[in-house]
Structures are given as structure tokens and as C-alpha cells.
Design a protein. Structure first.
Length: 368
């Protein structure tokens, strides 16, 4: 084991106050330095991460490790209350801090708990899934789910620091890895240059080559940081990050939450958004849908409803998806506005797509 400082990439997120996202293999140890000033370090994790990496967390100064059950069900109001009570029981006070050590579930739940505890204590994101590294650990959106829908109760609470240690990705199950790649594809489409670069890196990404992963994670964080800095509270431009998500939420809802990983649904959603734009006669670049599909194929991420049927044994009907989209929380009067990709780096928000075009894309994608 080398004792030299790990190679790192740092991305500044220019919100108030600004913070840094550190990306690289082996840098999670630095959480310890960040936690030194805290009266208590409340580490929120889940049972899988605790089993694999709990010893690391127990080594942080004045650490108290609290593990919730893995999975989306832990993002609940009931669990939030239990976590807050556990923080009191662990002796946390206003000068304590929280470390969200795990995937997006732990990050969203922990960020919300930190934002509420004593009206807000600092927290650090130490993401361990690809999805959390490239997306959910950055930007300060926190939430739990309600029975009536996902992420319906939450606040903005920015982390004090993010440490994305790509070493953790070695143990990530394939399906969770794919889910992260779905958000990577989304981010690459928003960015443009990253879309081409992903194609070049695809074989390395498939092998989870650490340097390629660090490059991709840094690039995704840069894209998100840039957008979040310009629109921290999602009043406009930040909606671009919801590319593919109107479809994805409908897919997740229709399939039953937890059956199709979020990012996998997002990858399918990005393709559906492009297909719908094309069906509506909008100026979607020639060949773009095809290049999206082939990139997804190279990364082994499903990119059609048919692929979801093969991969997960779940049949999704266009009618059920349309119905779910009309109920989306971002829909106005039962009519969602879409984020539509016209090509790499050319994405528009608040696009009003006619229902028949969406239906055509859903039907077409089912057969393709
Ligand atoms: N706040 C945001 O901006 C934002 C953005 C995107 C997604 N999200 C949220 O993120 C959540 C999904 O996050 P996720 O995909 O990370 O899921 P997750 O947190 O459920 O983690 C996925 C699974 O991987 C396991 N795991 C985590 N790290 C591991 C590792 N290194 N090795 C082996 N197993 C590991 C976990 O125990 C879990 O079973 C959703 O609730 C979604 O709403 C939030
Ligand atoms: Zn997402």
C-alpha cells in the first residue's frame, strides 16, 4: 500500500458557501481531517456499506456509525425520525457533523437529517455508488419519499465537502453500476463533449478501470457543479438535469419502485425523450437517437422498454407510462413539460410535447 497522497481531481461548486468535490482513488481517509473539529461525527450508512467498509468509518474522529437497511424504503419520514433520535442518543449537538457514507439513499436521507438537526449542522458526502459520485452527492437536494410519491419532502442543504473515492466502486453490484452509468449518459448528453469522450472510454468503463472512472466522475461533477452554481434552487436551468426523468419516474412507478434501478430508467428515459422529440417533428439531429442507443449498448445499459423487459422481466405498457407521467409532480394540470435532447450538448427544457408524439415514441421503443 502506497503512503503517498492519492491522485486527485477537485471540482469547486460555487454556491453560498462554496465547497469542493474531491474525486480519486483512496481519498476517503480525508473525511477524518474534515471531521476533526466536530464534537461528534455521526456516520449515516446502510447495512451493505457498513459490512464492507464500516471499519473505515469507525476510524473517523468521535465517530458514531448508524446503519439503516439498504434500499429505497429507508428514504422515509419514519426513518428520518429514527435517524434524528439516534443522533440525539449518540450525543450529537450543534457542533457535530454528519457523514453520509453510502449511495444516494443514504445521501438524501443523511443530508435531510443534517439540515433539520438543530436547524442544520454541516455534513460531508462520502458517496460509495457510481450514481452518488456522479450525481446525487453534489447539489444539495435532499429528500425522503412519501407514500404519495418520491422525494416529496425535502430541503436544499449543501454538503460542506464531497469525497468521491472511486475505490469503492470495485464492489458495486453490476446493476447498481449500470444505474450510475445511466446518469452518466444523461450528463454526457447535457454536456456534449463528454458524450464523444464516453464513446472512447467505453471499453475502460466496462472494465471499471479506475483512471477512466475518475475522469468520467470528475467530468460529470463539473457539468452538475456548473449548472447548480447558476441555478442552486432549480428555478430554471437546473431543470436540464432532469433530462430523461419524467419518463424514468413513470417507468419506476409503473414497474413498482425498486424493481428497475433509477439510473437505468433514466437511460431509457433519455432515449424516449429524444424519440418523442423526433416524433413531434422537432429538430433532433440526424443519427442522434442511434448514437445514443449504441453508446448505451457499449456501456451495457438498457436503452429501450424492450431491453427492460428482457433484463428485468417487466412489461411496461405505453398507457400506464402516460398515465404515470400525467401524475408527475412536475406536471401542470396533468400535462408534463419535457426536457428534450436535440443532440449532444443541445438540450432544451420546458418543451411541450404533443401526447401522440410521446405515445408514438413509447410504442416504437417497445418494438425496437
Ligand atoms: N439528491 C439528488 O440530487 C439525487 C440525484 C439522483 C438520485 N438521487 C437519489 O439517489 C437514490 C439512489 O441512489 P443509489 O443508486 O446510490 O442507490 P442506493 O443508495 O440504494 O445504493 C444502491 C445499493 O448499492 C449498495 N452499495 C452502496 N455502495 C456500495 C459499494 N461500494 N459496494 C457494494 N454495494 C454498495 C447499497 O447498499 C444499495 O443496496 C434514489 O433515492 C434517488 O432518488 C438523488
Ligand atoms: Zn436521477
Amino acid at each position: 500500500v502506497s503512503t503517498s497522497a492519492p491522485q486527485r481531481r477537485i471540482v469547486a461548486v460555487q454556491v453560498d458557501p462554496p465547497y469542493s468535490v474531491h474525486v480519486g482513488a483512496g481519498l476517503v481517509g480525508e473525511v477524518a481531517r474534515r471531521a476533526e473539529g466536530w464534537s461528534r461525527t455521526f456516520v449515516l450508512t446502510d447495512a451493505n456499506v457498513e459490512r464492507l467498509f464500516g471499519d473505515i468509518a469507525r476510524g473517523w474522529p468521535s465517530a458514531f456509525v448508524h446503519a439503516v437497511a439498504p434500499g429505497e424504503d429507508s428514504k422515509s419520514f419514519a426513518m428520518l425520525e429514527r435517524v434524528l433520535d439516534a443522533m440525539v442518543a449518540a450525543g450529537c449537538d450543534r457542533s457535530s457533523g454528519l457523514v453520509a457514507f453510502g449511495g444516494g439513499v443514504v445521501g438524501d436521507l443523511g443530508g435531510l437529517a443534517a439540515g433539520l438537526f438543530h436547524r442544520g449542522i454541516p455534513f460531508v458526502q462520502a458517496p460509495t455508488t457510481l450514481l452518488a459520485m456522479v450525481d446525487s452527492s453534489v447539489g444539495g437536494k435532499t429528500a425522503v419519499n412519501l407514500a404519495s410519491g418520491k422525494n416529496l419532502a425535502g430541503i436544499f442543504h449543501q454538503p460542506a465537502e464531497v469525497y468521491a473515492d472511486t475505490r469503492f466502486l470495485a464492489t458495486l453490484p453490476d446493476d447498481e453500476y449500470r444505474s450510475g452509468l445511466g446518469e452518466v449518459i444523461k450528463t454526457a448528453v447535457i454536456d456534449g463533449p463528454l458524450f464523444a469522450r464516453l464513446g472512447e472510454l467505453a471499453p475502460d468503463i466496462a472494465r471499471r478501470e479506475p483512471e477512466a472512472l475518475a475522469e468520467v466522475a470528475e467530468a460529470c461533477v463539473r457539468v452538475k457543479a456548473r449548472i447548480v452554481a447558476r441555478d442552486p434552487f432549480e428555478q430554471g436551468e437546473r431543470k436540464l438535469l432532469n433530462l430523461g426523468h419524467t419518463f424514468a419516474h413513470a417507468i419506476e412507478h409503473a414497474a413498482g419502485y425498486g424493481r428497475i434501478p433509477h439510473g437505468v430508467a433514466v437511460a431509457v428515459g433519455v432515449v424516449l425523450a429524444a424519440e418523442s422529440g423526433r416524433a413531434a417533428g422537432l429538430a433532433v439531429e440526424a443519427g442522434f437517437v442511434e448514437s445514443l442507443r449504441s453508446l448505451a449498448r457499449e456501456l451495457d445499459v438498457p436503452a429501450s422498454l424492450d431491453a427492460l423487459r428482457h433484463g428485468y422481466g417487466i412489461e411496461l405498457h405505453p398507457d400506464a407510462l402516460l398515465w404515470a407521467m400525467a401524475r408527475d409532480k412536475k406536471a401542470r394540470a396533468g400535462h408534463p413539460l419535457y426536457v428534450v435532447p436535440f443532440g449532444p450538448g443541445a438540450v432544451e427544457r420546458d418543451v411541450d410535447l404533443p401526447e401522440p408524439s410521446v405515445m408514438a415514441a413509447l410504442g416504437q421503443l417497445r418494438r425496437s
